[in-house]
Design a protein around this ligand. Structure first.
Ligand code: F6R
Length: 277
């Protein structure tokens, strides 16, 4: 594990490989993800935290809310940037990602509303909105820790197949696989076919990436992303280029990984992981 020095803003040692951690179930995987975030907030109270939405993150946010309530985890100086938002959905729409964030995290912790950022999917000029978002991330000092899920299409954020590895924040068309994945949140009504997403290049500029994948439906894409070739067809594979990326998976999502035993051995052996075992 390569230790990140949050204060100095650099890696304390030259980074090693991607860190892949297999937890026995979804609950433990989500708890460890939340613990890593909580530790980063304690080390740097002004942390710039990149956030993701979706089913995978619900438990992570539940744990963060619990750490706030029981262990006084302080979000008062934390600044957040979400990865994406649907085009056309206002904040009051229960299916918007702004609404999701309020429901699952923001209203449960002491974060300042003005410190929480999501792209505005209702902006009349989407190009300027994307540029504004990129600039805001930059002027806030850049993302320290980026939380990520992975879609069945291989996306991180909404960087669907073909997203350039250096892509920036933009409005994009969702793939059929993603529409099938997320239609459940829209019931009978058609879901938006476009979304604003930060780019793969933007994500790779975060100082640390933390990806969580759960369940057997993610097993194939996790194996492609972590052990397959780096390709714009699987945006999550771009994380192999990141100098400090930690991936937490449960047993089901790890099912198709070839080198599982080696990843387990690393986690069991590396002294830096002791507090998380
Ligand atoms: C959403 C996001 C997406 C999701 C991914 C997994 O903000 O960034 O990349 O993380 O679609 O979604 P779930 O967790 O619902 O399987």
């Amino acid at each position: 594990m390569c230790a990140w020095d949050w204060q100095a803003g650099k890696n304390a040692v030259v980074c090693g490989p991607m860190e892949i951690i297999i937890q026995e179930n979804a609950e433990r995987a989500a708890r460890m993800t939340a613990k890593l975030i909580a530790d980063a907030v304690r080390e740097k109270p002004t942390l710039v935290l990149g956030l993701a939405t979706g089913g995978t993150m619900e438990k992570v946010y539940e744990f963060l809310a619990e750490f706030h309530a029981k262990d006084s985890l302080d979000f008062s100086r934390v600044v957040t940037f979400n990865l994406d938002e649907y085009v056309g959905l206002p904040a009051e729409d229960p299916r918007s990602y702004r609404y999701y964030m309020e429901e699952h995290l923001f209203r449960h912790v002491n974060i300042k509303p003005e410190n929480t950022h999501l792209p505005d999917g209702t902006a009349s000029d989407l190009k300027s909105e994307c540029q504004r978002y990129e600039e805001l991330i930059k002027s806030s000092g850049g993302v320290d820790l980026q939380l990520l899920g992975v879609g069945r299409s291989g996306h991180i954020g909404f960087n669907e197949p073909l997203s350039a590895l250096r892509s920036r924040t933009r409005a994009t068309t969702l793939s059929p696989v993603t529409i099938e994945q997320n239609q459940i949140y829209f019931g009978e009504s058609a879901m938006p076919s476009r979304a604003i997403t930060v780019g793969v290049g933007t994500i790779l500029e975060s100082r640390r990436c933390l990806m969580l994948a759960l369940g057997k439906q993610k097993a194939a894409v996790v194996a492609k992303a972590l052990e397959g070739p780096i390709s714009s067809m699987i945006s999550a594979s771009a994380l192999q280029l990141h100098p400090h990326c930690t991936v937490i998976v449960d047993e089901e999502a790890a099912a198709d990984l070839k080198e599982k035993e080696y990843y387990r051995l690393i986690f069991k052996t590396e002294p830096d992981w002791e507090a998380y075992r």
